[in-house]
Design a protein around this ligand. Structure first.
Ligand code: UDP
Length: 228
């Protein structure tokens, strides 16, 4: 694959701790992304913020402000992961849709392309820059903008199921499913706004378990066992 967009949830960075960062978990991701970059794949990354904060979970403060905190949480996550990637030998650049001074660079498709040409991993932090959106929406938006071939959706479970496998032992995993079915069956793979953007722009998505060994590399090299 020439260019992919990898989405990691905030919780995925936290490992068993469920909050903050778990360095061995992030180092494992870094090792896999390095293999992809070394093989010539251009990798963009979007990271959620759930290991620190979720805008809608706060009842006592204004939603717009709560979402701003959520967007800043994703910036912290990208700075952290970018540094771990650098320590694994990769070159990186973090883009945000709003100014963060010298911490990041304002998102521009041209600058992203320049970075990709230099073999850098690009991070898309700060979500869309707008409240009431999510990093799912950001993922599809950036994937479409940078003309990624596919979205790699790394989850805590190993694909899309017809019901929650944590509560229903009879839950069945899909090998393939359309976004329309995801919407109709309310499977919540990504939120509705992101699903519709994905469908309208015919952006393919591969859903797989981040905790499965070597799952990112396997997914890109065609040894895929998640849901298409
Ligand atoms: N967020 C936002 N706009 C965006 C992206 C994220 O307001 O474009 C905020 C929102 O508060 C969200 C938080 O950042 O709850 C973390 O993002 P994530 O997508 O991880 O949140 P989730 O959908 O898991 O709540």
């Amino acid at each position: 694959m020439k260019r992919v967009l990898l989405k990691l949830s905030g919780e995925a960075l936290a490992g068993e701790k469920h909050t903050g960062f778990d360095e061995p978990t992030v180092a494992r991701v870094a090792g896999q992304v390095k293999q992809l970059v070394d093989a010539g794949t251009q990798v963009g990354v979007v990271i959620g913020g759930g290991n620190f904060w979720r805008g809608r979970s706060s009842e006592n403060i204004d939603r717009t402000k709560a979402d701003q905190i959520g967007m800043l949480a994703t910036v912290m996550n990208c700075i952290y992961v970018s540094e771990i990637f650098r320590s694994a030998g990769m070159k990186t650049q973090i883009f945000t849709p709003f100014s963060c001074g010298a911490f990041t660079e304002l998102f521009s498709k041209d600058r992203v392309n320049e970075c990709f040409e230099k073999g850098m991993v690009t991070f898309f932090a700060g979500g869309t820059g707008h409240p009431y959106f999510s990093t799912d929406t950001t993922t599809v938006l950036r994937a479409v903008e940078i003309e990624a071939e596919v979205i790699l959706l790394a989850k805590s479970i190993d694909g899309v199921y017809d019901s929650d496998p944590k509560t229903n032992p009879e839950a069945v995993k899909y090998d393939e499913i359309t976004i329309q079915e995801v919407i109709d069956r309310r499977l919540g793979v990504v939120d509705l706004a992101a699903s519709i953007l994905c469908m309208e722009n015919k952006m393919p998505m591969l859903v797989f378990g981040l905790n499965e060994e070597n799952s990112i590399v396997n997914t890109v090299s065609g040894n895929f066992s998640g849901t298409k």
